[in-house]
Design a protein around this ligand. Structure first.
Ligand code: VG1
Ligand code: CO
Length: 543
């Protein structure tokens, strides 16, 4: 086999965001674009000869082509083996599971997660380290630096590998093992949860509906819910992964998963509904005519973890991203365990989990997970809920209201303004930062500003500092508004406003979140001049 060294010139825009490099497909299809980034990864990680790599993606458009290119480049860069999911498919949590199970040097995950796919949709690539988690900023910064000075890449002159049949194939001295993408992951789930109890729940007439949104979780959901847990086949919808996700937006929230929402809010609704995103790491949890916010979900999983076999021995601690509500903090306090507040993005949880400081982690953006892997995990969260439901034998709604009655309710919402001009978005953030001094101590009706800052985080394990992680306006009653720019979008800018207040009064727990947060919403719009600066009257998505 011949290895070719090909001269290239840098692209200047290969800076990884919140979760890897995400760009429109045509950007990735430019000559040498993917090759440059993959070589920058290989140059940066400097794997020893014959190392093993995990490789797979969410099946979106360009997944297969990218996998063939990366396989040939891995062979040319001295890897000994690559484990690839059959058909090029691996959910993000399954990739993390495989890296850990086979103790590989790391893995490459091809996904733009919840972003739409197809020829004009988005594509993405991300490197995960040996712990199974997204590379920390230190490494993504180094990859970006390398991408700006790259002069050549290496690729093997070889035929494409047959990705659809499991088995071992050779590219020169490197073995490509095409493996079942589901099996190891399904086994891991079975080791954590009481499958017998969930099977009994489903056999008792408890009905579930899972929406795979034509993304990667279809095959995983079929194996776990139908084959292993005995749910009827129609418990899963949109279960065939499609390169363009059926034209949809594979983001499990009330706006984009409306098909599922209509089922759960309709006549004869099932008892439990859930959805996952493009790459399988997010989850949305619904009860009959009921929505569980991701922040509440994390808190409820923590409060009920003792009911679940994999967590019966107790939790070391909990971590949540800064914009996520403090509902989990209240549970941590009651359990007498620490709760950490990190910047947005799963890469910040890795050190805490590796050091044994936390067991459960979560983000308000429909991400929940634990130290069983180093990514957030959509189906894991669904199974955790089903395990709790199997033990408690109550409705989702009843469990949430009981939780609020015990801990109080952290009323929460996020308003996203998608695809606004970058100038306007940056202008809003700059305006807020310029107003810090004026805002501190300012009075808005009965609310007084206690803290106003730009969140920064010092990792308690390695001491690394991450600044500029979101503008926080915290009031004396601990209600708060957070402004943050998205780091995963590919077109224009997305401005997120996170809103939270605390309601201890049980008689008010049934109130609609938007109503309960109306004062905070109007303060947010006023101090940011958002409407004037962006011309938007309404958020694109409210969760
Ligand atoms: C968003 C979420 C963040 C999440 C990230 C990756 O980032 O807010 O919580 O970790 O997506 O999730 P941003 O920068 O757009 O706010 V995924 O499922 O896209 O890998
Ligand atoms: Co995702």
């Amino acid at each position: 086999m011949q290895i070719r060294t090909i001269a290239t010139a840098p692209y200047t825009d290969q800076k990884p965001g919140t979760s890897g490099l995400r760009k429109r497909v045509p950007v990735f299809q430019q000559a040498r674009y993917l090759e440059n980034f993959a070589q920058s990864i290989f140059d940066t990680i400097a794997a020893p000869p014959d190392a093993t790599l995990v490789l797979g993606g969410d099946g979106r458009y360009y997944n297969r082509e990218a996998i063939q290119i990366i396989l040939k480049m891995a062979a040319a860069n001295g890897f000994g083996r690559v484990l690839v999911g059959q058909g090029g498919i691996l959910s993000t949590p399954a990739a993390s599971c495989l890296i850990r199970k086979y103790r590989t040097h790391g893995g490459i995950i091809l996904s733009a997660s919840h972003n739409p796919g197809g020829p004009d949709g988005d594509f993405g690539i991300k490197y995960n380290t040996a712990n199974g988690g997204p590379a920390p900023e230190k490494i993504t910064d180094a990859i970006f630096a390398q991408s700006k000075k790259i002069a050549q890449y290496r690729i093997a002159d070889a035929a494409d590998v047959e990705l659809d049949r499991t088995g071992d194939y050779e590219i020169g001295d490197m073995t490509v093992s095409v493996i079942d993408p589901v099996e190891a992951y399904a086994e891991l789930m079975e080791s954590l949860f009481d499958f017998a109890a969930i099977r009994a729940l489903l056999a008792s007439g408890f009905r579930i509906k899972f929406d795979a949104m034509h993304a990667v979780t279809g095959p995983y959901a079929r194996e776990i819910f139908v084959n292993r847990l005995g749910a009827p086949a129609d418990s899963i919808m949109n279960a065939v992964p499609l390169p363009d996700f059926g034209g949809g937006h594979p983001d499990p929230n009330l706006t984009y998963a409306h098909e599922l929402v209509e089922v759960l809010y309709g006549d004869g609704a099932p008892d439990f509904g859930a959805a996952s995103d493009g790459d399988g790491d997010r989850n949305m949890i619904l009860g009959k005519h009921f929505f569980v916010t991701p922040s509440d979900s994390l808190a409820i999983l923590a409060a009920n973890a003792h009911l679940v076999p994999g967590y019966q021995q107790g939790l070391a601690g909990i971590a949540r991203s800064m914009p996520t509500s403090a509902a989990a903090d209240r549970v941590a306090k009651a359990l007498g365990i620490p709760c950490y507040e990190t910047p947005t993005g799963w890469k910040f949880f890795g050190n805490l989990m590796d050091a044994g400081k936390v067991t459960l982690c979560g983000e308000e953006s429909f991400g929940t997970g634990s130290d069983h892997i180093r990514e957030k995990d959509g189906l894991w969260a669904v199974l955790f809920w089903l395990n709790i439901l199997a033990v408690r034998k109550q409705s989702v709604e009843a469990i949430v209201f009981e939780h609020w009655a015990r801990f109080g309710r952290n009323v929460y919402s996020r308003h996203d303004y998608e695809d606004i001009p970058a100038d306007a978005a940056n202008g809003v953030m700059k305006l807020l930062q310029d107003r810090f001094a004026e805002l501190r101590g300012a009075q808005f009706g009965h609310l007084r500003v206690k803290v106003c800052d730009d969140f920064s985080y010092t990792d308690p394990v390695d001491g690394s500092v991450s600044t500029g992680q979101g503008v926080r306006i915290i009031f004396t009653d601990d209600s708060r508004i957070v402004f943050r720019l998205s780091g995963t979008g590919t077109g224009g800018a997305t401005l997120r406003i996170y809103l939270e207040s605390f309601e201890p009064d049980v008689s008010k727990h049934h109130l609609d979140a938007q109503q309960a947060l109306a004062t905070l919403i109007s303060i947010a719009l006023q101090i940011s001049e958002l409407r004037k600066r962006t011309g938007r009257e309404q958020p694109t998505v409210i969760t």
